[in-house]
Design a protein. Structure first.
Length: 257
């Protein structure tokens, strides 16, 4: 795995993840419900972060269903439930439990993995015959039209830095083909993006993320203080509107009953 650039032990990471949950959990909930997951099912979340999605899944599958959540670091977990099990595990090491889950889901984790194909294969191997997969990953295509020019310059530097860190911000568009190659069926993919203005929750998310990573961004030589400050100023300006990231939600089903 590439080094995870956002330190779970940084005091800013807990509120940043909470904000990410507020922004993205509703989208993930919607797709899971559309897949028909419900009472009695067994679910797995890979890269569970603060555990918010897995806690929701545990409630969704009551009374007899079970939810399992895995991550390399469980220090930010803020949820618990009698039918929810947290495990410290690396999806690159193998399937969590081969053929055991009605749903396996992962969000914003694969783009950090140097061996993402291995992770996807292990996710697919964890699904029972006829079970479902939901993967949600970024696609930074909207960055190509970011305005004004100083903001576009920030994103160019950000992407150059991320490539150096082994982060793949365009992995979302390749997931359908990867799942098809593993024999998954009934594959559907949708890219969703948000237009937002300075001061909004998305702007706050990016401000928190950039501030947390500022030292690493500067050390890379891809961005300087002035470029970062101009971007942060725009994020604080309610008159500025932008669209910078899409999330690709890919749904697939394992062959079987």
């Amino acid at each position: 795995m590439s080094e995870y650039v956002l330190d779970h032990h940084d005091k800013a990471e807990r509120p940043r993840l909470a904000l990410m949950s507020q922004l993205l959990d509703p989208m993930q909930h919607r797709y899971i419900e559309e897949l028909g997951i419900g009472p009695g099912d067994r679910t797995l979340e890979v890269g569970c972060g603060n555990g918010s999605v897995s806690a929701w899944l545990a409630e969704l599958v009551l009374p007899e269903g079970r939810a399992v959540a895995v991550d390399l670091d469980l220090s930010l977990i803020e949820s618990s439930a009698p039918n929810l099990e947290f495990r410290e595990a690396d999806i690159l090491a193998g399937p969590v439990a081969p053929g055991d889950f009605d749903l396996v889901t992962a969000r914003a984790i694969l783009h950090h993995l140097a061996r993402s194909d291995d992770a996807i294969a292990n996710i697919a191997a964890s699904v029972r015959p006829g079970g479902s997969i939901l993967l949600i990953e970024p696609d930074f295509l909207p960055v190509s039209v970011a305005e004004p020019a100083p903001v576009a310059a920030f994103w160019q530097g950000w992407l150059a830095w991320s490539r150096g860190e082994g982060i793949d911000y365009f992995i979302g568009r390749r997931l359908p083909r990867a799942l098809a190659g593993l024999g998954m069926q009934r594959i559907e993919a949708t890219a969703e993006t948000a237009l937002y203005n300075g001061g909004s929750l998305w702007a706050q998310y990016w401000m928190q993320t950039v501030v947390e990573l500022r030292g690493r961004l500067l050390a890379s030589g891809e961005l300087d203080d002035q470029t970062i400050d101009v971007f942060l100023d725009h994020c604080a300006d309610p008159q500025w509107w932008t669209e910078t990231i899409a999330f690709t939600a890919v749904r697939a089903h394992a062959p079987g009953n």
